[in-house]
Design a protein around this ligand. Sequence first.
Ligand SMILES: Cc1cc2nc3c(=O)[nH]c(=O)nc-3n(C[C@H](O)[C@H](O)[C@H](O)COP(=O)(O)O)c2cc1C
Length: 210
Amino acid sequence: MEKKKSKKGLIVIIIVGVILIAAAVFVVYKFTGGAHVGIDNKPEAAPQGSSDMLVVYFSWSGNGQKMARWIAEEKGADIFRIVPADDYGSDYQACADRAKSELDNGTRPELAEHIDKETLDKYDTIYLGFPVWWYDLPMPVWSFLEEYDLSGKTIIPFFSHNGSSDGANSLDRVKELAPNSDVRTDDALSINGNNVANSEDEVKEWAARL
Ligand SMILES: Cc1cc2nc3c(=O)[nH]c(=O)nc-3n(C[C@H](O)[C@H](O)[C@H](O)COP(=O)(O)O)c2cc1C
């Protein structure tokens, strides 16, 4: 009888333990927006126009930055990071609230980094990377696309997400904001943020195929 009781107790403890672990995982995901690899704030080398391809990316938590660096490595392309003058901080909820309000109000955040026009003119192809934010393009990417004239250039989007695997409104938004570019949405690369850390081969194979 005693033995049966202690077995039951053990089962209850295991079930409670599993529930607590699941709850902790849920809370971490909810408050961080999913898995991310961590952003590296070391500035990228300044684009020199040494190749005809430029990788341009915006990334808050590092997933898109990883993808961007793999693409640049694979293609021998220059790289440019879109950096908002007023950064989004490290708190997920504060970032999510600000991003939503910027999208709702059509705010174009000021950017801290710029490329000069002559250098930008040297690139024919732009790989444009971003996370899906609120089912759309993050507003700093709106700022970038509106600041430069990308007419005649090819833009190939790549993005990470936490469920919006088709990019939601973001791909159409790129087309809208770069109306005179050849935006190759059919070739866009989509990777779930939870898988980015293990996607180096997939990203490089995608880049090599283009
Ligand atoms: C403000 C904010 C809004 C987000 N909105 C969406 C969304 O609408 N759909 C989605 O699938 N993921 C959404 N996510 C998750 C990110 O797209 C995902 O975590 C992405 O991999 C982050 O890329 P990054 O590390 O380059 O910033 C959102 C994340 C943040 C921070």
